[in-house]
Design a protein around this ligand. Structure first.
Ligand code: CU
Length: 337
């Protein structure tokens, strides 16, 4: 009995010391989001459980090694123990209850981190090899730096352009994959003003380690000021855009789904090296891709169908692409040598 009391006291003391030690080394970065609170709370509970279990195993083990070690000259066998039903039932039921309790708490804290605020601001996040782009659809501009107002929920609608990436800000705790062909969601409410960094947490190629972007959490007023500056800069860039840049923008909005610019054939032929080169048509003739041909291909796609492709089903006129826009697109096609 005396041994049990001593071991019991030592287990509790060792558990407290282990817990204090784990806390002291600062395993977690600062807590910078509302979602981090339930996560850290659960994490802390786990650290307490881990400290206790660690002591429960290590203390009796070390105690036995020291106190019950073989005395000099003692060559007898150890005491034979048959089993103990009460003990076995206890050490099955107690861990079972603990595991079920943690499962419940885990589900609860998952629910807390996903709590939806219907007024959340939408930001579109695009991950690609190797960088991030942040689009603010409510304000109509994009930014390579993610600015967020403090204490306001944002919902990221995330897409990957090439391979799987993963959006991870350790200070926010929550992590979410970006999967090609899918939109994944990530909700966060930043609670601490400061500068952070998003990293890609899914190895995605040779420059994966450099796939970082700055995140700045600011007061609402500072956020609005930044939005104002960005809108102005976007409007200025729009006003000063060259025909090639305008053409590229039209391409990215309307034509990219079927026409590549890197030489690979998609739903439609690639635009790489198109201008000024010979194009074989389905009727066996061929033409030189000059301006007249391109204009006609866009306006009346049925008239000259490229060999090996179905006639272009896309109706450019219907989306408001007129003669001016076609000139921009042609200027862009000319740059694709
Ligand atoms: Cu990545």
């Amino acid at each position: 009995m005396r041994h049990f009391v001593i071991v019991g006291i030592l287990v509790i003391a060792a558990a407290v010391l282990t817990y204090a030690g784990l806390n002291a080394i600062g395993l977690m970065p600062v807590e910078a989001s509302a979602q981090a609170i339930p996560i850290d709370w659960l994490w802390n509970l786990q650290v307490i459980a881990i400290s206790f279990l660690f002591s429960l195993i290590v203390v009796p083990l070390v105690y036995s090694l020291v106190v019950f070690r073989r005395k000099k000259g003692d060559n007898t066998d150890a005491e034979h123990i048959e089993g103990n039903t009460t003990l076995e039932i206890a050490w099955t039921i107690v861990p079972l209850i603990i595991v079920v309790a943690f499962a419940y708490l885990g589900a609860y804290s998952l629910g807390e981190t996903r709590r939806v605020d219907p007024n959340a601001m939408v930001i579109k996040v695009t991950g690609y090899q190797w960088g991030w782009q942040f689009e603010y659809p409510e304000y109509g501009f994009s930014s390579p730096t993610l600015y967020l107002p403090v204490d306001k929920q944002v919902v990221f609608q995330m897409q990957a352009l090439d391979v799987i990436h993963s959006f991870w800000v350790p200070e926010f705790r929550v992590k979410q994959d970006l999967v090609p062909g899918r939109i994944t969601e990530y909700r966060i409410t930043p609670t601490l003003i400061g500068e952070y960094k998003v990293r890609c947490a899914e190895i995605c190629g040779s420059s994966h380690a450099y796939m970082e972007s700055p995140i700045v959490v600011v007061e609402q007023a500072a956020f609005e000021q930044w939005v104002g500056e960005q809108k102005l800069a976007a409007a200025e860039a729009e006003a000063n855009a060259t025909p090639e840049q305008r053409g590229q923008k039209l391409y990215e909005t309307y034509c990219k789904a079927c026409h590549s610019i890197n030489g690979t054939a998609g739903n439609g032929p690639t635009w790489k090296g198109l201008f000024g080169h010979e194009v074989e048509l389905a009727d066996g003739t061929s033409v030189i891709a000059d301006e007249a041909y391109l204009i006609q291909s866009i306006k009346e796609p049925q008239s000259q169908v490229v060999k090996g492709f179905a006639p272009m089903a896309f109706n450019a006129t219907a989306v408001g692409i007129g003669d001016t826009e076609i000139q921009y697109i042609i200027a862009f096609i000319k740059t694709l040598k």
